[in-house]
Design a protein around this ligand. Structure first.
Ligand SMILES: Cc1ncc(COP(=O)(O)O)c(C=O)c1O
Length: 401
């Protein structure tokens, strides 16, 4: 009898973590490696947030278990955030706090999916979505988007993908891995379709809400279509905009029965998210936010630099996305060419492996994100390192024969 569970056979390890591990191993072996794989800001958590955490520890507020799905002070801060930033009215009973946006999304899927239930996921997608759906016993249904459509799902494609078994459509704007963000009109086209299919629920992952550039205006589905409010779970968190990936706090607003079910799952698995991180998050949401535009100015400059330099590399086409800190260029023009090692590039995995080998630049291949041949670059790293990495990519592409 096998020791490990059959359910493991349905899922794959995270490709983003695999490339980070490989780059780390090369670095340990003394190679000069620039890692553009990690999906987290290179900025430190702001001081006022750190100080709130220290205070919580010193005053004893962080010593004990808390309410399973979050302290009331944080739920109240999340209620205010949804109201003031998104125009959404939730009560604290409609708020769930979890260990990162990841746990919140996973709880929601486990709480709702029966075998055979379908979840529509536009591709390219964050690597964890299909795997979470599979772990929860559901069926991921990919809807391919194109670079020409800005990597956005059209209303027609959504309509075609809906079946009687569709339970959720999972939206992520701005997107990991493409950085694409839906305009109000583009989102409205999708919500118009969803209004006509009352059995479909909306799981919106707004994790990169604050990371948008060029005066782009962010919208979330329940905000622009109030008729979807009752069947939408709006997921967000402090990880990306507040530079708090290590603190592990995410949250969601949605229908009370779903929030209760998610709390039950959390009560029997992890219990409350870290108390000290919850107090830090109260300060993040209630405190000053002036560092966000400062960071965004830097992110925008980096995005523009990376897009310009990649478009000068032979065989690479890189669109300019609206947000997040990723670009998702196509490397189709390099496929079939031969790398300096003599290896012929047949896939985007070959492209990223040979790039790492030849030039010490770590990026992630597009295929695990649901579309290739392409790769993802995270530009949440020092501008000088980005410039050097892009010059190396240009040299690598120029040396392909
Ligand atoms: C699209 C998206 N959603 C959710 C998450 C998870 O966020 P957290 O670190 O809060 O679990 C990530 C993290 O990479 C992400 O890219």
């Amino acid at each position: 009898m096998a020791f490990l569970a059959d359910s493991l056979k349905r899922i794959k390890p995270s490709a983003t973590i695999a490339v980070t591990d490989k780059a780390r191993a090369l670095k340990l072996a003394g190679r000069d490696v620039i890692g553009l794989g990690a999906g987290e800001p290179d900025f430190d958590t702001p001081d006022n947030i750190k100080e709130a955490a220290i205070k919580a520890i010193q005053s004893g507020k962080a010593s004990k278990y808390t309410n399973v799905d979050g302290i009331m002070e944080l739920k109240e801060a999340v209620v205010r955030k949804f109201k003031s930033e998104n125009g959404l009215d939730y009560t604290t009973k409609q708020i769930s706090i979890g260990t990162g946006g990841k746990q919140v999304l996973y709880n929601a899927l486990v709480a709702t999916l029966n075998p055979g239930d379908e979840v529509i996921i536009p591709a390219p997608y964050w690597v964890s979505y299909p795997e979470m759906v599979l772990l929860a016993g559901g069926e991921p249904v990919e809807v391919q988007t194109t670079m020409a459509s800005g990597f956005k799902m059209t209303a027609e494609a959504l309509e075609r993908a809906i079946t009687p078994k569709t339970k959720w459509v999972l939206l992520n704007s701005p997107s990991n891995p493409t950085g694409a963000a839906y305009t109000k009109a583009q989102l409205k086209a999708l919500t118009d379709v969803l209004v006509r299919h009352p059995h479909v629920h909306v799981l919106t992952d707004d994790m990169y809400e604050h990371l948008v550039y060029d005066d782009f205006e962010f919208f979330t589905p329940a905000q622009i279509e109030p008729r979807l409010y009752e069947r939408t779970l709006t997921v967000n968190g402090v990880s990306k905009a507040y530079c708090m990936t290590g603190w592990r706090i995410g949250f969601a607003g949605g229908p009370e029965p779903l929030i209760k079910a998610m709390a039950m799952i959390q009560s029997q698995s992890t219990s409350n998210p870290s108390a000290v991180s919850q107090w830090a998050s109260v300060e993040a949401l209630n405190g000053p936010k002036d560092f966000i535009p400062k960071h965004n100015k830097i992110f925008k400059e980096r995005r523009d630099l990376v897009v310009a330099m990649l478009n000068q590399a032979n065989g690479i086409v890189c669109p300019k996305p609206e947000g997040a800190f990723y670009v998702f260029p196509s490397c189709a023009g390099t496929i079939g060419k031969t790398a300096p090692t003599g290896k012929k590039l047949a896939t985007d995995e070959d492209f990223v492996t040979e790039l790492l080998e030849a030039e010490g630049v770590a990026v992630v291949q597009g295929t695990p994100f649901g579309q290739g041949p392409a790769f993802r670059i995270s530009y949440a790293t020092a501008t000088t390192a980005l410039e050097e990495a892009c010059a190396r990519i240009q040299r690598f592409c120029g040396n392909l024969r």
